[in-house]
Design a binder for this molecule. Structure first.
Ligand code: NAG
Ligand code: CU
Length: 229
């Protein structure tokens, strides 16, 4: 079957309007694709998750993906993800950590249970004419809290695209999990802990929202409060 050129172009544009997080950036260097990040199901399509009640909300892991390595990083250091191609849509960026339970490794832990705590999120700029978030980033990063206990963690990056979020399940979630081994940390465990799925509801005001009209006067990120040391 031959697809009309216009349709092929449209398909290419749709995929390029989406994005993935295949490379972990740590110790100042960008690693290979899926070397330290659990390979995600959308690695070719770049497609988002739209149902926040699915198990994909943990790490969007491709069950047939390779086993990723675990990166040694210091507490207090900056760890990031390369965005492929870039953050195209409007919406917030959030980072979560999950401490790997005893008996598991970052490589074989899927992020199940109430293990996730939020370590960072950004807030929009709101004027009378528009609500906007930073966009176009080709990499994103976060500081690993200094106070968390040493050990293996999953670092979950999440970008929530809100351009179609005025109807239920219209928000698009793009996410991935890096595998890290934190050293030089402290003794304050992350909190509060939430589960994925579970932490978000389709009706959350940060997920079901018309960002265009009327222009929102506030924005509430979904999920728990940000953990602080
Ligand atoms: C994590 O770091 C500690 C301290 O450097 C080290 O002993 C341990 O082997 C590391 N674990 C992994 C999985 O790299
Ligand atoms: Cu898109």
């Amino acid at each position: 079957m031959q697809l009309p050129a216009a349709l092929l172009l449209l398909a290419a544009n749709l995929a390029s309007a989406h994005y993935i997080f295949p490379n972990l950036i740590f110790n100042g260097a960008t690693s290979n694709e899926w070397q330290y990040v659990k390979r995600t199901e959308n690695r070719y399509s770049n497609a988002p998750i739209t149902d926040v009640n699915t198990l994909q909300m943990r790490c969007y892991k491709d069950p047939s993906g390779p086993v990723a390595s675990t990166a040694n990083v210091a507490a207090g250091s900056t760890v990031g993800f390369k965005v492929s191609p870039d953050i195209f849509h409007p919406g917030p960026l959030l980072f979560y950590l999950a401490k790997v339970p005893a008996g598991k490794t970052a490589a074989n832990f899927e992020g199940d249970g109430a293990v996730w705590f939020k370590i960072w999120q950004n807030n929009p700029t709101i004027t009378s004419s528009a609500i906007t978030w930073p966009s176009g980033q080709t990499s994103v990063s976060v500081t690993i809290p200094r106070c968390i206990p040493d050990g293996q963690y999953l670092l979950r990056v999440e970008h929530i695209a809100l351009h179609s979020a005025s109807s239920t399940n219209g928000a698009q979630l793009y996410l991935a999990c890096g595998q890290i081994n934190v050293t030089g940390g402290g003794n304050k465990p992350g909190a509060p802990l939430v589960s994925f799925p579970g932490a978000y509801k389709a009706s959350d005001p940060g997920l079901l929202i018309n960002i265009y009209w009327p222009v929102p006067t506030t924005y509430i990120n979904p999920g728990p409060a940000v953990f602080t040391c």
